[in-house]
Write a protein that binds this ligand. Structure first.
Ligand code: SF4
Length: 301
C-alpha cells in the first residue's frame, strides 16, 4: 500500500470509529505522518487527558498505552501490536522492587515512565527524561530508589545532594551508544555538535556537548546556531528534527541506534487495529488507581 492510500484509509477509519492517534517520536515515519499528535513520554501523557474521541490508538510500546488508559480510563485505548514491549521496562520486576522498599523503608521510589503499571503502582512518583532531575530534587526524601534506568539516574544523581539507589536496568538501545560509535562519525565530521539522551552510558553523557530528553534534543537542534549534529538517541527522532529544523545536517552514531520494539507498529497493524478495534489495553482497577496517583504526583511536582 502506498503512503497516500494509507493516509486515506486511516482518515476514513478515524472518522468512522471516532478515534485519535498518538505516536511516539521513535515510530516509523509513515506512522508519524498519520498521527494526530506526536511527542515524547511526557508530552504524550499530558495529551492523554485532553482527548475528546471515544477511541485512543497508541502507536508506541505497551507501557505507554497503559499510561493513556490510566489517565483516560473512560476511553477505549488500543495498541496496534500487543507485544510491542520495552526492554528497559522489563528490567523492573515487581517482587524485586517490593524487596528493595523493605530494605530501604526511609526511601521514596521514583519510577521512570518506562515501567509497567504494576511498578508505577508501587512508586511514590513518576518521572520522564525531561523532568527526572526536577522530580528527584523536589521529592520529599533524602534517599531515593530510582527504577529502572541506572544511566539516567546516575546522570542526575551527580548534581543532587541525595542518596540515589540505582537499579540495575538500562535501555539496550541507548546503552549501546558508546563513545566509539560517536567517534567513528565525528572523525568524518569534526565540526558536528554531539547531543545525546540521558539513557546513554556515562562515558557518552560525560563527553557530549548537550544531554537532553527527546523533546529537549529537538528544541536544541532547532534553536542552536550550529549546523551539524551527531544525535545520540533512537533514529526515529530525526523525523521530527528534520521537520523542525529542515536546514540542519543530522547524523547518527555508527551503528545506528534503533528500537525494534517501537518499529513493530506498522501501517498494516495500525489499519487492522482500527478496523477490528484490537488490542485493547486493560489494567486492574486498584493497580490503575495507585499508578495514577504516582503520575499525578509527578504533574504536581
Ligand atoms: S528505546 Fe529503549 S527505552 Fe525506548 S522503548 Fe525501546 S527499549 Fe524501551
Amino acid at each position: 500500500m502506498n503512503l497516500e492510500n494509507f493516509k486515506e484509509t486511516i482518515q476514513k477509519l478515524k472518522k468512522e470509529k471516532d478515534a485519535f492517534i498518538l505516536a511516539h517520536y521513535y515510530q516509523r515515519p509513515e506512522i508519524q505522518k498519520v498521527a494526530d499528535f506526536i511527542g515524547d513520554s511526557l508530552e504524550l501523557s499530558r495529551m492523554c487527558t485532553n482527548i475528546e474521541q471515544k477511541i485512543v490508538v497508541f502507536c508506541g510500546v505497551y507501557f505507554m498505552a497503559e499510561i493513556a488508559k490510566i489517565l483516560a480510563p473512560d476511553k477505549k485505548v488500543l495498541i496496534p501490536y500487543r507485544n510491542a514491549g520495552c526492554l528497559l521496562a522489563d528490567m523492573a520486576i515487581k517482587e524485586e522492587l517490593e524487596k528493595a522498599k523493605k530494605e530501604h523503608p526511609d526511601a521514596k521510589v521514583v519510577a521512570y515512565v518506562n515501567t509497567y503499571a504494576e511498578i508505577k503502582a508501587l512508586s511514590n512518583v513518576i518521572c520522564t527524561s525531561a523532568n527526572a532531575k526536577e522530580v528527584m530534587q523536589k521529592v520529599k526524601a533524602d534517599k531515593i530508589i530510582f527504577v529502572p534506568d541506572k544511566n539516567l539516574a546516575a546522570y542526575h544523581a551527580k548534581s543532587l545532594e541525595k542518596e540515589v539507589i540505582l537499579w540495575d536496568g538500562y535501555c539496550p538501545v541507548h546503552n549501546r551508544i558508546t563513545w566509539d560509535s560517536i567517534e567513528r562519525v565525528k572523525q568524518k565530521h569534526p565540526d558536528a555538535v554531539v547531543i545525546v539522551h540521558p539513557e546513554c552510558p556515562p562515558e557518552v553523557t560525560e563527553r557530549a556537548d548537550f544531554v537532553g530528553s527527546t523533546s529537549q534534543l529537538v528544541k536544541f537542534v532547532k534553536e542552536s546556531p550550529h549546523e551539524k549534529f551527531i544525535v545520540g538517541t533512537e533514529e526515529g527522532t530525526l523525523f521530527k528534527m528534520k521537520k523542525e529544523a529542515p536546514n540542519k545536517k543530522l547524523l547518527l552514531p555508527d551503528p545506528i541506534p534503533l528500537c525494534d520494539q517501537m518499529k513493530m507498529i506498522t501501517p498494516e497493524r495500525l489499519i487492522r487495529c482500527l478496523e477490528e478495534e484490537i488490542y485493547e489495553v486493560e489494567i486492574e482497577q486498584e493497580t490503575a488507581e495507585k499508578a495514577k496517583a504516582a503520575i499525578e504526583a509527578m504533574f504536581r511536582l
